[in-house]
Design a protein around this ligand. Structure first.
Ligand code: 6PG
Length: 232
């Protein structure tokens, strides 16, 4: 694993440019670009900027997946899909067939199994044993969670399943999430950390403190990049 930490005063612009750079490289090398989107609020402006920069991208050759999703309908304001639809899919006219949405509106266990089956089928169709993302976007919560791998929750320890449902006691709610085996299969993992994030937490995670789930992400045969916005 190769790790890079980038600190930037142009966080949104630099993040969008890096995503576009990865897209062009993947399309040139393999004729497709497999990107997993992270949720929350940090990525919203980045997705919008990426869409503005990527006007000429062949969206039909891009496959958008989601690292995690809240167990809510797609129109719910909590939905990560809705955030991506508003900031990127609609403004850039991304075709529905390029988007693999986690169905947060159905039973969590069924939704997780359905998503895992879809990814496994795509992997098999490409002669892969496990689906390999070109770019996995991740964020980090104030408790060090990433995707929906929260401290002390079962999904964090999952080493076999690729996508699971995960009950989060502190939120009193279910989530859908990719697991570490799938995250770590990525060619490139890009953490997007805004300047508003807790600096002490960030330094502890960068130092490898595995009390925090974000510190567990380690793409053995890939690149790990932390892009950090200048402190607010
Ligand atoms: C989610 C995200 C989650 C997010 C962090 C950081 O569904 O909430 O996938 O892992 O990346 O909570 O969120 P912010 O970037 O909005 O602080």
């Amino acid at each position: 694993m190769n790790r890079e930490v980038i600190r930037t005063g142009d966080f949104v612009s630099d993040a969008a440019k890096l995503i576009l750079q990865e897209a062009r490289a993947a399309l040139a090398e393999r004729g497709e670009f497999r990107i997993a989107l992270s949720g929350g609020e940090t990525p919203r402006a980045i997705y919008a900027e990426f869409g503005r920069l990527a006007r000429d991208l062949p969206w039909e050759k891009v496959r958008f997946t989601f690292g995690d999703e809240r167990c809510v309908p797609p129109a719910d304001e909590q939905s990560n899909y809705r955030m991506a639809r508003e900031s990127l899919f609609e403004p850039s006219a991304v075709p529905e067939r390029s988007i693999l949405r986690m169905r947060g509106e159905i039973d969590p266990q069924l939704a997780a199994q359905e998503y895992e089956d879809e990814l496994n089928l795509l992997a098999t169709q490409h002669g892969e044993t496990i689906y390999r993302h070109d770019l996995m976007l991740l964020g980090m919560g104030e408790d060090g969670h990433t995707a929906s791998l929260f401290p002390g929750t079962l999904a964090l320890d999952e080493q076999v399943r690729r996508v699971v449902s995960n009950f989060v006691p502190k939120l009193k709610s279910w989530r859908l999430t990719m697991t570490l085996p799938l995250l770590d299969q990525s060619r490139h993992v890009l953490f997007l950390i805004s300047g508003a994030k807790n600096r002490e937490l960030l330094e502890r995670v960068l130092a490898g403190d595995t009390a925090f789930p974000a510190a567990h992400v380690a793409p053995a045969n890939g690149q790990l990049t932390w892009m950090i916005g200048a402190s607010a």
